[in-house]
Write a protein that binds this ligand. Structure first.
Ligand code: NAD
Length: 484
């Protein structure tokens, strides 16, 4: 069988040691790899490249489409952009997959029965990094959730469940509050779930879902969620399974995939042959499955399980009474190599099927007819400060009412989402950031045109009111496309 070209980066801190250990096990297990090595991280940053990766390294990634990456150190101080974010975004790695498995009784955990896979959306949500300071007192972060983005990740989660024989996919969202953004994610989840009748589907509001996952992880299987919740909860899941130091993850795109440990470069442990290579190694197992070398993945993974079971542990998971031998990075790798061909006796042995990654990167997008979009008003955000956090809304109301006209009228004023005019409560806390909603004089839901919005802005400006942002109000096929 032909070798598969992959790109490898040894990274910083403990990176080179755990990468050497990982590649050593892979080689001895018979992995069929042609390795291209690239340099990323601290050295590249400090040589003046603010992205931490050289242009020719991108070419290697585009060529091999498979990236095994050790952790890197982002230098302290401003001006350095995150390499992980750059790689994820540039290569469109939309799915972050993190299996979180417990290895009781060999590795201490409160949850001896845990085998959860977190599927985290990786490109959207508040992580688009679109932020603004709008007033003296208020900063804004845009949360963007798209239909195609949600379809990609939700379908990926169900396809993953199907390919790896998982029984259930759970969705975590907060659509009781974020009815539009998380609501869209939830609706797409419900729709796509119907295409997989053999897989159980359920959903939780993320707060209680997270609590349940932390309390009874044995009741969960695959969990799919938007970016921010996934970022937080994948660390929680890895930690309660035993240790964040043990988890590997994959980042899947339509063309390229990246595999890594979830921990960082642990600079204080570097160069001492102390670090546990297991996180990166388990990332490499995901890679072997992805490049269709299930035989090698199975052999190496089972040898690793046997090593853990035999109590051969690095310092971070060593526990008196349970562990048998405390070893360094190299010795741990040798112990795994010595067990190649063996299976665990108590822990569950793994099996991997061929061609399971075939559909990894082929999203299917629905193409509903575009809905009729109707402009029905505008929210104008004002920077206005009268020196008090209480009882000033009516004063602003009078100023804004004065600009009514040309077919538009002020409907309400809200402050951070709380209606304060008309009929506000003088005890409501308000800051210098006001949302003034204008709708048609003929009533909400009637069409307005852009010229009316432009002249409204002119009148607000002439009245000395400081507009910091506007959001148009649209109906789609007659249904409100904005929050009440
Ligand atoms: P870290 O994950 O490097 O270390 C956290 C703790 O876990 C430390 O006590 C460390 O000694 C221990 N630890 C981590 N991995 C271990 C291993 N394999 N074996 C044994 N012990 C291990 O997190 P940090 O200290 O917050 O970050 C250090 C550097 O890593 C920072 O520069 C950060 O930016 C970077 N980082 C990189 C990545 C990445 O490249 N994917 C991810 C996270 C952090």
């Amino acid at each position: 069988m032909a070798n598969t070209p992959i790109t490898v980066a040894h990274g910083d801190g403990i990176g080179p040691e755990i990468m050497d250990a990982t590649l050593h096990i892979l080689k001895e297990a018979g992995a069929r790899l042609d390795i291209e090595t690239i340099e990323i991280g601290e050295k590249i940053y400090l040589s003046g490249n603010a992205a931490g990766i050289a242009p020719e390294s991108w070419e290697s990634l585009r060529r091999t489409k498979v990236f095994l990456k050790a952790p890197i150190t982002t230098p302290q101080g401003g001006g350095y952009s995150s390499l992980n974010v750059a790689v994820r975004k540039t290569l469109g790695l939309y799915a972050n997959i993190r299996p979180c498995v417990s290895y009781a009784p060999y590795i201490k955990t409160k949850h001896p029965v845990m085998d959860v896979v977190i599927v985290r959306e990786n490109e959207e949500d508040t992580y688009a990094g679109i932020e603004y300071r709008q007033t003296d007192q208020v900063e804004e972060c845009l949360k963007l959730i798209s239909r195609p983005g949600s379809e990609k990740i939700v379908r990926y989660a169900f396809e993953y469940a199907k390919r790896f024989n998982r029984k259930k996919v759970t969705c975590f969202i907060k659509d009781n509050i974020m009815k539009r953004t998380d609501g869209l994610f939830h609706r797409i989840f419900d729709t796509i779930a119907t295409e997989y009748p053999e897989i159980e589907a359920d959903h939780w509001i993320v707060d209680i879902g997270a609590a349940k996952m932390a309390d009874t992880p044995e009741n969960f299987d695959v969990i799919v969620m938007p970016n921010l919740y996934g970022d937080v909860l994948s660390d929680v899941a890895a930690q309660i399974a035993g240790s964040v130091g043990l988890a590997g993850s994959s980042n899947i795109g339509e063309n390229v995939a990246m595999f890594e440990a979830i921990h960082g470069s642990a600079p204080r442990r570097a160069g001492q042959n102390l670090a546990n290579p297991s996180g990166l190694f388990l990332g490499a197992i995901l890679m072997l499955v992805h490049i269709n070398q299930p035989d090698v993945a199975e052999k190496a993974h089972n040898a690793w399980l046997r090593t853990i079971e035999d109590g051969v542990h690095t310092y971070d998971i060593f526990k008196e009474g349970v562990s048998k031998e405390k070893v360094g990075t190299k010795e741990f790798a040798e112990a795994v190599v010595a067990r190649l061909g063996q299976k665990p006796e108590t822990l569950k042995a793994v099996t991997y099927k061929a061609n399971v990654a075939e559909t990894d990167a082929k999203p299917i997008f629905s193409s509903p007819e575009p809905q009729k979009k109707q402009l029905v008003g505008v929210d104008v955000f004002l920077d206005w400060w009268k020196g008090s956090y209480y009882g000033v809304a009516n004063e602003l109301g009078a100023l804004v009412e004065a600009v009514n006209g040309d077919g538009l009228k002020l409907q309400s004023i809200a402050n951070r989402g709380v209606k304060v005019y008309p009929g506000g409560n003088p005890d409501t806390f308000t800051v210098d950031h006001w949302r003034c909603r204008f709708v048609s004089e003929a009533g909400e839901g009637n069409t307005v045109d852009k010229n009316q919005l432009i002249s409204l802005l002119q009148r607000l400006n002439e009245a000395g009111l400081d507009v910091v942002k506007t959001e148009n109000l649209y109906n789609f096929d007659g249904a409100k496309g904005y929050s009440a």
